[in-house]
Design a binder for this molecule. Sequence first.
Ligand code: DUC
Ligand code: ZN
Ligand code: ZN
Ligand code: ZN
Length: 489
Amino acid sequence: SSSKILIKGGTVVNAHHQVVADVYIEDGIIVAVRPNIRQVDVDAVVLDAAGKFVMPGGIDPHTHLGFEFMGTKSVDDFSTGQAAALAGGTTMNIDFIIPIDGSLSAGYKAYEEKTKDSVMDYGFHVAVTKWDEDVSREMDIMVKEKGINSFKFFMAHKGVLMLDDEQLLEGIKKCKSLGALAMVHAENGDAVVEGQKRMIELGITGPEGHDLSRPALLEAEATGRAIRLASFVNTPLYVVHVMSSDAMEEIAKARQSGQKVVGEVLVSGLVLNNSGLWDPDFTIAAKYVMSPPIRAAGHDKALQAALSTGVLQLVGTDHCGFNSTQKAFGIDDFRKIPNGLNGIEERMHLVWHTMVESGQMSPTDYVRATSTECAKIFNIYPRKGAILAGSDADLIILNPNSSFKITAKSHHTKSDTNAFEGMTGKGKVEVTIAGGRIVWANGELRAVPGSGKFIKMPPFGYLFRGIDKADANYLSASRAPVKRFTSSA
Ligand code: DUC
Ligand code: ZN
Ligand code: ZN
Ligand code: ZN
């Protein structure tokens, strides 16, 4: 396809503003955004977007492509998972590098290999799964040489990925010194193990046991604990996959007091709840097993409200699909069901339908929550997350009057099931442009293996503004010593 594209007459939406305008793209870059652009190359492909929304391509802040986990590997690799993303209007994902035997650099190498056939741009967070001097040194390398500015700490998945509080605190301190964002998977992993034992003792071995073993109070506890540790260190915190109103309220409270806490909600958390979810058919029930679990009805609505009011700032997916045969590892014991479900392809449609079509969010806020906020937090705005002259040409054309329907029969991800099976709504991504190429149009994918670029993310993003680098001695050692009372004797 041509390297020059003119998009005519659409409503161009950015996070701050929307306006009817044309967009002209040359060689992967947006070169002009204004009404009635006439001077374009004769070879330019012209797309009519009248009556449609032209928006920045989605950025999914939370995916696990080709993730080796729970004795298996998530089914979508970087080429199939990203192709599915493009078909759903997402043009960049940030995946989690998982260390190998605790080694960040070994993990980095493995993920570099995994991304060879990338079909869209991507970035990385790095998980920290143990703590020692080597890991601390490797964190320096990741930030200073590899273009990574965020680290994820697991407070759950005990014995595999989890850190204890001492290790978590060291990790958060290190993040602060590097200007990197500390991220947490917030569930109390010790209590989860206890909850799992309790379920097995009660003879509850099916998928519902997964849900019952890790209630929302354990998510709220860990969220509150991480927030307080980040406050103690005086550094920003990003809470991944907020799945309960209990955890959301911990974030709301901290933000109200001025603390820099970011909350990410997942599509699954917004649109699913557990009423009727634990079907007696194992295959149907097991596809919903993820951590933290999908909560009771009411949490979904509370999370929607939190997103629409800005208490939570952005939407991810935790895309981590498994096939029925993989889920079946846990047919006799829910603890062995690989955790995770899909979403990278469905996110843009489901958020539009649930939040915008329902009247809970404006198109500008939709762009903020699905793209711009992520670009800002990870310090790649306005190259990403905006339709401005000079930004990368990653954008979508969404027709608000056209319908989407989700089914495993026609989806592009590789899993044989879909957690959002049968969902329909209005607001269809008709065209996706990534890196200045039309990669999705007329229901046809034209993804080019190897065309995706790694996007470096510099440290000290906007969340660090006003945070004093030099107060690494955050216990206020520089303050004048307290005057002691002298003995009267
Ligand atoms: N939770 C999931 O459901 N999948 C991947 C990892 C995680 O923490
Ligand atoms: Zn997680
Ligand atoms: Zn995850
Ligand atoms: Zn509807």
